[in-house]
Design a protein around this ligand. Structure first.
Ligand code: ADP
Length: 282
């Protein structure tokens, strides 16, 4: 049994101890709880470390796989093309079609590998966390998307005055470019009109990317943010299903949240919420 013993000595005028007032309390239960808490904390710290390690391993695995697979894939494609060129007279139409399918598959695989590489790089971008003016980010993104924008008649992208936030510049361009490209890609029959709202509050930056596109059934609001999850075939809308997973990773690395509000045939708004307090950030 553990006890906590507190005593106070009462003395007479001459300073002699004449009485002692005290109390003794059984603190065995408190001790047990303290010990349990220490054990739980140690266990928690151990698990957090294991999780961080396995995350790191997974990321370097994704990086190595996507990087190293590109070379053998190049070999496959170039030898198939060589085969087609060199033995053109010997291969019948069906054979040529098979080669075409194989080359097409290899080229899709290459796109997936490049996207996977981009995904595994999130969080390791050069430049670190700095003040990033999101208006400048928008200007950059529009420059990058100029040819796409020009190819879609009457398409418009407008935005509110946007804040300057603490983030990585390259990742912010990636984030907004993915969302804006999707807003144009998943357009309906009417010309795409995209608007970027700034609804920030005292504590949070809140930015919404609204489009007037095909919209998303609420059944899939969570699914679309998972890597490789797509709602359409590659024939109808090209893509690998990594864009929104990259957006989620970028936002969550900044301790923020991303979600979608949408109605089929009306359009979608992708919301990004980031804490303002730099204490939260990295
Ligand atoms: P990808 O565009 O390569 O398929 P994303 O991760 O960017 O990959 O998007 C995942 C899925 O979410 C898309 O396949 C599409 O079905 C849906 N989606 C994303 N953005 C929009 C949007 N603005 N409007 C409608 N659907 C969208």
């Amino acid at each position: 049994v553990y006890v906590n013993d507190v005593g106070h000595i009462i003395r007479n005028r001459e300073g002699e101890a004449i009485r002692m007032v005290g109390a003794m309390r059984d603190v065995t239960e408190d001790k047990k709880h303290q010990k349990l808490l220490v054990e739980l904390n140690t266990e928690l710290a151990k698990q957090a470390k294991e999780l961080a390690n396995s995350n790191e391993e997974l990321e370097s695995f994704a990086y190595v796989v996507s990087h190293d697979l590109q070379e053998p894939l190049r070999m496959v494609t170039s030898f198939l093309q060589l085969l087609e060129r060199k033995y053109n007279d010997l291969i019948d139409d069906r054979g040529k079609q098979y080669i075409h399918f194989a080359v097409d598959g290899a080229s899709r695989m290459k796109t997936i590998l490049i996207d996977l590489l981009e995904y595994s790089r999130v969080g390791n971008e050069k430049g670190g966390i700095k003040d990033v003016n999101l208006n400048e980010v928008m200007e950059n993104v529009l420059k990058n998307m100029r040819s796409t924008l020009e190819s879609i008649p009457k398409s418009r992208i407008d935005w509110d005055e946007l804040p300057t936030i603490k983030a990585n510049q390259t990742e912010m361009v990636q984030l907004f470019q993915n969302l804006l490209s999707n807003a144009l890609k998943y357009r309906s029959n009417q010309p795409p009109a995209v608007f970027v709202h700034n609804k920030s509050t005292v504590d949070y930056w809140l930015i919404g990317v609204r489009d007037n596109g095909i919209g998303i059934d609420k059944l899939y609001f969570d699914k679309i943010f998972i890597i490789f999850q797509r709602l359409h075939t590659d024939k109808k809308y090209q893509g690998t299903g990594i864009g929104l997973a990259i957006c989620k990773k970028i936002v969550e690395n900044l301790h923020g949240k991303i979600w979608v509000e949408s109605e089929v045939d009306k359009g979608s708004t992708f919301w990004i919420e980031l804490p303002k307090n730099s204490y939260f950030v990295g």
